[in-house]
Design a binder for this molecule. Structure first.
Ligand SMILES: Cc1ncc(COP(=O)(O)O)c(C=O)c1O
Length: 465
């Protein structure tokens, strides 16, 4: 379904992932799904609540190891999607061993008790977090951790309003969807949302409503970024009582802010008494070639939110990390979650960080990202259907367009490339309907990347016809 069709039929605009009920998907399934897969897929569809970008599913996974997943029919895919949980690769033996040991020694910490792995993880996060962020709360999922951050901001400022970006994503809970900017999660039956959730347009350079835009190959125009930053400042000033600006320092689509953008936002937050919350749930722990994406920007938030890869692609754990002065909710229960100090998820997170550090995975993400950027730029030279390529470390996007001049999103082409790539053994996400979003594990090698980009080129050749 194109964006125009979606609008006409009242179906939300494409955002986080490809539409899971499209005719193109059906065609792929007709060609690739056998009876064994079909039986499980039918049962899945029968028993799970249907929802966009999830159920009904495409296929059945039975194995995950390193950068690979395997389906029930024995087909293997390089997983350049992985929901951004698989930084250290699936099934890392050291992580598996640590978690098994932890299960044997202490499986749970009930309320009133702390435990050694939870404390060790809190200390570790304080040690690696930028700029003196040192107090933590753990949750099971990222959306909850975002909401803890919002509550801390309310308590610390005595204000309740937030400012965030259209098109951003912060999770599916009511609070997280309120500050998020995607129709799919916040409109229609999802509302009413949190009062005071104000939004401004996003900061991306290729698409924005400000009347300037350029691909990542062209130099930034003088106004690029400053218009959006000025608008944030303006909104902070006019509202006068915003508790926090919450944002992904770079969008996982991906989209990157122009140089200096975040410095201006930080200054505006300080000027008008708002906290700055960075949601690094997909980008934290090395994805962009630095331990945290905000370190590219030389801006320290007041609150940092982590999740996804923190659990090593094995267990669900997320964290809210903030300045010590923001420890202001002691009489309340902002993070009263059952698994708040679960020793097993804490051990998984601690071991994951150790693996990332000791195996030099952040450095590898930066190195491999440089190679991938060269490949993406060469592809852009070759294929007119590529309107822009964007990458930082192993967070990469190839934006497909009908026409480079109009930048009309080539949604059908993006779907065709996705399903052709799946047939050749490459799994990735299509974000916003037309961006091939590539997020391999940080363990990926140049040979893996070469193979993946060869597949993409072959698919673009056939699909672009
Ligand atoms: C930027 C961002 N924030 C928040 C979330 C929500 O995390 P979770 O799905 O663990 O609730 C996600 C998940 O995709 C995300 O990408």
């Amino acid at each position: 379904m194109t964006k125009r069709d979606a609008k006409a039929s009242g179906v939300p605009l494409p955002s986080e992932s490809e539409v899971n009920t499209s005719p193109r998907r059906q065609l792929w399934m007709n060609r690739n799904i056998d009876d064994r897969s079909r039986t499980l897929l039918d049962q899945d569809s029968r028993h799970f609540l249907h929802q966009s970008v999830s159920t009904p599913c495409l296929s059945v996974v039975t194995g995950a190891e390193g950068i690979w997943i395997e389906d029930i029919q024995g087909r293997r895919y390089m997983d350049f999607h992985g929901n951004n949980v698989h930084h250290i690769g699936y099934g890392h033996p050291r992580l598996n061993a640590a978690v098994k040991d932890q299960i044997d020694s202490l499986p749970f910490a009930p309320r009133r008790f702390t435990c050694e792995p939870a404390v060790a993880l809190a200390r570790k996060l304080a040690a690696i977090a930028p700029g003196g962020l040192e107090k933590v709360l753990f949750t099971t999922g990222g959306s909850d951790a975002v909401e803890v951050a919002l509550k801390i901001a309310r308590a610390a400022t005595g204000r309740f309003k937030t400012l965030s970006f259209w098109d951003s994503f912060h999770g599916a809970g009511f609070g997280a969807a309120s500050v998020g900017g995607e129709q799919l999660f916040r409109s229609g039956p999802a509302g009413p949302l949190l009062p005071g959730s104000e939004h401004v347009p996003p900061f991306g350079c290729y698409r924005n409503p400000f009347g300037y835009s350029h691909s990542s190959r062209e130099p930034h125009a003088p106004s690029c970024g400053s218009v959006c930053a000025d608008l944030v400042r303006y909104a902070l000033q006019k509202e006068g009582d915003i508790a926090a600006v919450i944002a992904e320092p770079c969008r996982a689509v991906p989209d990157f802010a122009p140089p200096g953008f975040w410095v201006k936002i930080r200054e505006a937050c300080d000027e008008f008494g708002a906290l700055l919350i960075f949601d690094e749930i997909p980008t934290g722990l090395g994805k962009t070639g630095r331990m945290f994406a905000c370190q590219h920007e030389e801006v320290v938030p007041d609150i940092l939110v982590l999740g996804k890869a923190l659990g090593g692609g094995l267990l669900p754990i997320a964290a809210t990390v903030c300045r010590a002065e923001l420890d202001v909710g002691g009489n309340w229960a902002f993070g009263h979650y059952t698994h708040e100090k679960n020793p097993v998820t804490a051990r998984a997170a601690l071991t994951t960080i150790e693996i990332i550090e000791q195996e030099g995975l952040v450095e590898n993400a930066a190195r491999m990202g440089n190679y991938a950027t060269l490949r993406m730029q060469a592809m852009m030279d070759r294929f007119p259907a590529i309107g822009d390529v964007r990458g930082r470390g192993l967070l990469m996007g190839i934006e497909l367009v009908e026409d480079r001049r109009t930048r009309a999103p080539a949604e059908q082409l993006a779907e065709n490339v996705l399903y052709a790539a799946l047939e050749r053994g490459l799994n990735f996400k299509v974000a916003m309907g037309n961006v091939l979003t590539l997020t391999p594990p940080l363990t990926v090698t140049e040979t893996d990347l070469e193979r993946a980009f060869d597949i993409l080129e072959a698919c673009l050749e056939t699909a672009a016809g």
